[in-house]
Ligand binder design. Sequence first.
Ligand code: AMP
Ligand code: GLY
Length: 440
Amino acid sequence: MTVKVLVVGGGGREHAIVEALKRDGAEVYAAMKNRNPGIVRSAKGFKLVRETDIPGVVEFAGTCGAELAVVGPEAPLEAGLVDELLRKGVGCVGPSQAAARLETSKRFSRRLLKKHGIPGNVAFGTFQDYGSAKLFVDDFPGELVVKPEGLTGGKGVKVEGEHLKGKDEVLSYVKEVLERGIGGAGVVLEERLVGEEFTLQAFCDGRNVAGMPLVQDHKRAYEGDVGPNTGGMGSYTDVDHLLPFVTGEERDRALDIMQRTVQAMRDDGSPYGGILYGQFMLTRDGPKVIEFNARFGDPEAMNVLTLLQNGFLDVCERVAEGRLVDDVPFLDKATVCKYVVPSGYGTGSKAGLPVKVDERAMADAGACLYYAAVEEEDGTVLTTSSRTLGVVGMADSIEAAEAVCEAGLVHVQGDVFVRHDIGRRELVQRRVEHMRQVRG
Ligand code: AMP
Ligand code: GLY
């Protein structure tokens, strides 16, 4: 029996989800706000709809007879899409609104770790008013990070010593967040961590947790890790599913933090099902939690799903039915993903411009293409203000995967740019060297 699956979202992450489901023979339907040409081509049907339009998405799930839904982005999770789909009898890969608080409320996630004594937490305080935040800042011995309490699309966090110079700038940003209500009401102040970041994503069914290969994303817009923070410019994985600067023991500690977090959610009455994304800082004291997301990362999904040449549909069904087992068949290969983004991305994207992709040549080069936030009009692919398309190379080493990715990128033309340094030996080596220094 063919399984009918609804995929919510129209970015690179969701295109990768659609392709992975299709490889396993699923009949895929898509609900998305933009007309992603890759998804349109692979899906049996689609509806252009705001992803937070819960009645609109649920109605479409009913019309196409979806038995299962995979929710890509965080906004519909926060709006309660999963709760509504479950009420209609649709199985879900994605947490309930209450469980999604692990991402949607930074106060909730920090307090959960603290309450349950889960390792990997940082010193922090949560505040609704400027006066008490100021007392905390005045007393805090080290550098701080200022985080709006709720969702800001990855762009609301500011780090002392990077974006903020000294306590005066910390305080004025705290004031701005509170007065302008950036990311909802409230601000979280936390200890600045020093180390290398990595991502650990896991499948969860409320009780069981199955980890995926580690990924490293690149947030800064320009080569050499400079420029504004973005949603992520590209990412890589290694053959052994670790990273060149992370040991197996360190990965296990990060996974243990995620397992305890899932247990804590269960104990507190909001069992967590779906994908849990752990953003970690590897410090000299081991992995510490930077944040959780309630979904696959984007671009990180494009790496791990390319590694899953079969078995994704099966694991999705297991997640939805509460019978997850830790034997997901990721290939023992390395991947490098680079995002092609519109000129100006990070400061002011040039939207509405044509991008040309020679898909045949891209495939001949062995690279995988995932369309992202583009529109398609009369057969022409047009940029929007967000990321345009992801290209993934997969091979027996990071270096070889990087070369495949670049061989694919040659076949993309338009007013766009790419961080070519991602996955190159020089940058990877810099990470290894930095981590060596951090370990002391
Ligand atoms: P977030 O939105 O929480 O992922 O934060 C965005 C970025 O800010 C992260 O990817 C880190 O680079 C940085 N960041 C967040 N929290 C911390 C922290 N406690 N220490 C150092 N950097 C942080
Ligand atoms: N790549 C970071 C994220 O998806 O939040």
